[in-house]
Design a protein around this ligand. Sequence first.
Ligand code: 5RP
Length: 294
Amino acid sequence: MADNVGNSSGKDYRLDVPPKSGDFHVKGLSSCSWGMKNRLSRIFRPSSGNTVMLAFDHGYIMGSTSGLERLDIVIEPLLPFVDVLMATRGALRTCVPPDTNRALCLRATHDASVLFEDMSTGGGAGLDMEDALRINASALAVQTFIGAQGERDSLELLCRTVDLGERYGIPVLGVVAVGKQLARNARYFLLATRILAEHGAHMVKTYYCEDFEQIAAACPVPIVIAGGKKLPEDEALTMAYRAVREGARGVDMGRNIFQSEHPAAMAMAVGKVVHEGFTDREAYEAYLEMKNRS
Ligand code: 5RP
């Protein structure tokens, strides 16, 4: 095992050199199987290489969350504006029309609920691969807790899910969850994102922070950013804009869309940044225009 003596943190990120992606539009995944590439192409649009994932899996640890009280009402109007639905199987089966052609990223773990003081103790497998196939998942999401009590179990679960994903051609999204005692800074996210990728995650979800370019450069697979707590719409669009400019391949955004004053306009505006090269200011104008029209 490598020891940590003499292992200093990396500094040479070669930000002037674009990532090598081979003959496939998704970073680091040109040697995957046909089925996996087909699913990845449903997630990351070939035209932009990016994705807008709508995260509405919050209920799996939080119960009814503000903005998601009525999944059967709030999700459907957002479908035209997003590429991927990130949700639990319970929410999908009950509240999303099965004729949707959006890609599905299924939450594959159960974790400690919000009632626990420390939610980073980790959880366990949340579904069988067989059920994921039945639901027609394009990806599976595994929550991980680097540097927290749940680290070992969550990495074990990530590894086993990646094994199954490789067997069946389903990519795995490694989700960086930040324990209560840990700082949400570049040092932590550099460590956590790379650890998940090296354990086989095909894509990684993390938060935006300072020096994000380094984090994206050092991660050999695509990174999507979580939106985090609700911000004013213009600020959330600025965060998405900066993240994409600095190397994120899209967003996996929840509260900043479904808690927005106009969720559909916000989802549309995020898509303008992620897929169409809009600046944050242009996207905010598009948001206001759609909001004022309705
Ligand atoms: C919880 C998650 C959520 O899906 C994620 O946090 C995205 O939602 P938001 O943009 O509201 O943060 O992974 O662990």
